[in-house]
Design a binder for this molecule. Structure first.
Ligand SMILES: Nc1ncnc2c1ncn2[C@@H]1O[C@H](COP(=O)(O)OP(=O)(O)OP(=O)(O)O)[C@@H](O)[C@H]1O
Ligand SMILES: [Mg+2]
Length: 341
């Protein structure tokens, strides 16, 4: 039965735990003893129809596992996921009819068929009426910008063309929700630009909901209405790119080189002025200490920080200001595993 139609996709306390191989299986695989892995850890998402929603996170964050659950390829350990109003476990087949899934590492095409013949084969599997197949194929090829090249053998395709063909295949069934797992992985810049253009067109023209997994912040920034940042299975941020920028804090980073001051005193000063991303290091062995930090809540307490270092008996040798790139800010966010305030 179709339920909860408000969202194109919703998850409730979704958890996936990979159990390590045990006993004889582990022995046969010669696998080392491992802990279980909580690849998706209590994920709650609500995604509206027509949204381009980015799932951003470093390697191993859990993006692919989350997508596999949402596309019914894998069962969650606990929790629920509802796609197009249907439960991914209880109504698996109904969900399958609504979705398209593209991964960055496509290996399932037939190398000795042309691009077009491959699409015809998969269209047959998707229960598309025979008479409709040629037109459907023309449409999806046009949609992804593959022209006459689609008549060439798949083995002669470039990685960009293979990726476009994967997307074309996912579009054959006119899915309501399209899952793109790292669609620009291992394709050149030209193909990346074309794929991005295509994603934008898709959402604006067809009101299709698109979930895009990526570890490239600038890609998510350019394409997505909202993004969730994932780390170690958990969503550590969910909101618009503007909100993410705010949460990441100031772009300015300060570096103070000081003498005769301890790490713990620097951290205490960081706490007092609510500094973000505080790091200390000893650049050499002669008692020097480098303190670096960002400002978090819009105000600039630099003079207070410098005064406190001097009051604590430290000597300030230099103070430099630099601007962090958005990528660096993202790395800080993931390292700290929390959003700045
Ligand atoms: N089939 C599996 N069995 C056991 N552990 C797995 C399995 N698949 C993934 N993992 C582990 O689950 C965690 C999440 O992996 P996942 O592939 O979902 O991350 P990801 O965000 O897609 O990473 P990437 O950016 O590298 O694609 C990782 O620690 C990974 O090693
Ligand atoms: Mg992945």
């Amino acid at each position: 039965m179709k339920t909860e139609e408000t969202y194109a996709l919703e998850t409730k306390n979704l958890i996936k735990v990979y159990q390590p191989p045990s006993g004889i299986r582990r022995a046969l695989m010669r696998a080392p003893i491992q802990d279980k892995i909580r690849a998706v850890d209590n994920v709650n998402l609500q995604i509206k129809q027509g949204e381009i929603f980015g799932v951003l996170g470093p390697n191993g964050a859990g993006k692919t596992t989350l997508f596999k659950i949402l596309t019914t390829l894998m069962r969650p350990t606990t929790g629920r996921a509802i796609v197009g109003g249907f439960d991914v476990v209880a109504e698996e087949n109904k969900v399958k009819c609504l979705i398209g899934f593209v991964t960055g590492e496509e290996r399932s095409f037939y190398w000795r068929l042309t691009g077009r013949q491959n699409l015809a084969f998969f269209a047959g599997l998707c229960n598309i009426r025979r008479s409709e197949i040629p037109e459907r194929i023309d449409n999806v090829l046009q949609e992804v910008g593959l022209g006459k090249e689609a008549n060439n053998m798949f083995y002669s395709f470039s990685s960009g063309m293979k990726q476009k063909l994967s997307i074309a295949r996912a579009l054959l069934t006119e899915p309501k929700v399209l899952f793109l797992d790292e669609p620009t992985r291992s394709v050149d810049v030209l193909a990346i630009a074309e794929i991005k253009q295509f994603i934008k067109r898709l959402a604006s023209k067809n009101r299709q909901t698109v979930l895009l997994a990526t570890h490239r912040l600038e890609e998510a920034e350019e394409l997505c209405d909202r993004i969730a940042v994932m780390n170690k299975g958990r969503i550590i941020f969910c909101g618009t790119v503007d909100e993410l920028r705010k949460a990441l804090g100031s772009r300015e980073r300060y570096e103070i080189l000081a003498q005769d001051i301890s790490h713990s005193r620097c951290f205490a000063i960081g706490e007092k002025y609510k500094l973000g991303n505080v790091e200390t290091e000893n650049p050499s062995e002669n008692g020097l200490l480098k303190l670096s930090f960002t400002f978090t809540n819009g105000c600039n307490p630099l003079s207070g920080v410098l005064r406190d270092i001097l009051t604590a008996g430290g000597t300030i040798l230099s103070c430099n200001r630099s601007e962090r790139s958005l990528e660096e800010m993202f790395v800080d966010l993931v390292k700290g595993d929390r959003i700045g305030s």
